[in-house]
Write a protein that binds this ligand. Structure first.
Ligand code: CMP
Length: 154
């Protein structure tokens, strides 16, 4: 096997092409940051597999944030997520889940590193401009709240 084939085989074994679910939250849509945020993901090399603007229902917000159902901020979070339109999307690329989490930065935007999306555009723990899946399991659950299989590009 030549060198190129070996590198390709190792990449297939160790670097998985993944999909992740991303939501641009109402605060970012209100502040007209959609283009800037989508552009960062595209410039990184991630592929948009699905994307649309939706007015999320309370039921969808409660399902999206179901892991936080018992948290004191749950009701506030659902109110925030449903106060205006959001952009939901599925992105694809090598290690997309970890790569996107790195790009968006810490949940608490006050602590998010400069250069990350939250670090550059937010200053709050709740209104933190963007959400992204934290695992394969989260991706499977989250994207199905908004997309049917036919809405995902091949
Ligand atoms: P997100 O990445 O969408 O996942 C859960 C969301 O809950 C998080 O971003 C914040 O918007 C919100 N959140 C997390 N912790 C807190 C907190 N302590 N107070 C208020 N909102 C929070």
């Amino acid at each position: 096997m030549d060198c190129k084939s070996i590198i390709f085989t190792l990449k297939v074994i160790f670097v998985a092409t993944e999909r992740t679910f991303v939501m641009i939250k109402p605060d970012a849509v209100e502040r007209k940051l959609v283009g800037e945020i989508v552009s960062r993901f595209e410039r990184k090399g991630l592929r948009i597999v699905a994307m649309k603007m939706v007015n999320m229902s309370r039921q969808q917000a409660e399902e999206l944030y179901s892991p936080h159902r018992e948290k004191p901020f749950f009701k506030d979070l659902v109110n925030f997520a449903t106060r205006g339109p959001v952009i939901v999307m599925v992105l694809e690329g090598d290690s997309a889940i970890d790569v996107v989490r790195l790009m968006i930065g810490s949940t608490d935007a006050r602590k998010a590193a400069p250069g990350t999306i939250r670090g550059d555009f937010a200053l709050d723990i709740q209104e933190n401009v963007v959400h992204a899946s934290d695992s394969k399991e989260s991706f499977e659950r989250e994207h199905k709240i908004f997309f049917s299989p036919l809405e995902l590009a091949h």
